[in-house]
Design a binder for this molecule. Structure first.
Ligand code: GDP
Ligand code: MG
Length: 437
């Protein structure tokens, strides 16, 4: 009697994943050591997209070949490997032109992807909300549009089209028009979603907003969970989070909104940044950023630069930032730790996984939040209860004295209430005054 349904064997499971090879180049913008780190990141990207890396090819070149990106010899070697090992896809760490894609595909007789392509694919499979799906589709179509010829060359040949006026080209024109239409439609849909989002957001305008930003896989979601004791999805994958998640966080007496946002990555396709503008608004509209970095990554400095330049690109580089050096549980060498502290003096060492440094982070947030407050002293005529009760409502009163001829009050107030307070003082028009402005 056997009621067991056999579970999938490892081999079966493997068969569902695509077998891929990766290709990187050094000697143009970076040396071999960096290229190896980049290609390791590409391997993680490929794994996230469902691909198992069988082999990595690195080539030293001082300039790209306009037709095939890498040299002919290397390409031949890759083509042979693809054939003998039954490889499903060849993935390049750099972006390829339409011509290069086509030529490499012809030579290897298999699917060829570049970095942008891969990232878009991952975004597509991780998009959950309507906004994210729309944004990804828009980015995909905009990526596809200039590369259309590549997809239709086989067709034009099949139909015997010659030159630019053949039926294949007509097909391209039709497709271009259809895609163009779809792009306008998606843009319109995004505009509507954006409007809705702004209306929904109005209600929480008063709340302080803090966003977690950082390179993908740095530990933003883990830190979000550690700080708010919630269950945001954490994965050792790139871009596990596409839509931002918002949680409340109690800081001192205040409720702040903490957002976990999409991770940044080296060479994030520009189109993607463009189409993800509304997701990135979450960051742009923050009062404070917590920049999470992975202390165990050899490319930490590089990643910090990527995050800062992306923040600049989306217009969020003026927002105050607290840097958190995460995953310090993975650092055994005290010399390395000391080096990090020297290189990033204001940063907070932490481990989201072990719960190290969380209090220091909330203290730092509280301190930053306090900078929104200002100390004021006010003299009021006796009997001016309106102003006093307003202050009771919105300010923290440190001293309230009823003297012979006046009320003297000292308080701490959020700068955003100063306008209302001044209005109130003018209306009561009692010759009262701020002692310190
Ligand atoms: P995100 O992409 O920035 O949101 O990163 P995640 O929070 O999803 O974490 C990415 C990976 O890093 C996961 O495998 C986490 O378990 C791991 N991770 C996060 N924080 C820490 C930490 O403090 N120490 C260690 N060793 N691993 C961590
Ligand atoms: Mg995440």
């Amino acid at each position: 009697m056997n009621n067991f349904i056999p579970s999938q064997t490892n081999n079966q499971r493997k068969a569902e994943r695509e077998q891929v090879v990766l290709v990187g180049v050094y000697g143009m913008q970076h040396d071999r050591e960096i290229a190896e780190e980049y290609i390791q990141e590409l391997e993680l990207l490929a794994a996230t997209a469902g691909g198992d890396t069988v082999k990595k090819f690195l080539q030293n070149r001082d300039h790209p070949d306009p037709g095939t990106y890498i040299g002919g010899g290397k390409l031949g070697e890759i083509a042979e490997f693809v054939k003998s090992e039954n490889i499903d896809a060849v993935i390049f760490d750099d972006d390829l032109t339409a011509t290069q894609l086509r030529n490499i595909e012809q030579k290897t007789q298999t699917k060829v992807l570049d970095r942008s392509n891969l990232i878009l694919d991952i975004f597509a499979s991780h998009a959950k909300t309507s906004a994210a799906k729309t944004q990804v589709e828009l980015a995909q179509l905009e990526y596809l549009l200039p590369r259309l010829t590549r997809y239709w060359t086989h067709l034009s040949r099949q139909k015997g089209g010659i030159g630019t006026k053949g039926p294949g080209e007509t097909q391209i024109e039709t497709d271009r028009r259809l895609i163009g239409k779809r792009i306008s439609m998606l843009k319109e849909k995004l505009r509507k979603l954006d409007k809705q989002r702004k209306v929904q957001r109005k209600g929480r305008i008063d709340n302080l907003r803090i966003s977690l930003v950082g390179y993908t896989n740095a530990g933003k979601s883990s830190l979000m969970n550690a700080l708010t004791q919630s269950g945001v999805k954490v994965e050792d994958k790139l871009f596990a989070t596409l839509d931002s998640t918002v949680r409340r966080l109690q800081i001192g007496k205040e409720d702040v909104l903490l957002s976990d946002t999409v991770g940044f990555i080296r060479k994030l396709p520009h189109r993607l940044i463009e189409s993800f503008k509304s997701t990135l608004d979450e960051i742009r509209e923050s009062d404070l950023l917590i920049h999470v970095v992975d202390a165990t990554s050899p490319l930490m400095d590089d990643y910090i630069d990527t995050v800062h330049s992306t923040l600049k690109e989306i217009g969020a580089d003026q927002i105050p930032e607290i840097m958190v050096i995460n995953k310090i549980d993975g650092i055994d060498d005290p010399g390395q730790m000391a080096g990090l502290k020297r290189a990033y003096p204001g940063a907070i060492p932490a481990s989201a996984l072990r719960g190290i440094g969380l209090e220091t982070i909330t203290d730092a947030i509280e301190k930053r939040l306090e900078e929104r407050y200002t100390e004021k002293k006010l003299h009021l005529p006796l009997g001016d209860q309106k102003v006093v009760s307003f202050l009771h409502e919105v300010a923290q009163i440190d001293e309230l004295k009823y003297e012979e001829d006046k009320i003297s009050v000292q308080f701490k107030i959020n700068r955003k209430y100063l306008g209302a307070l001044e209005g109130l003082l003018e209306r009561s028009d009692n010759g009262l005054s701020f002692v310190n402005k």
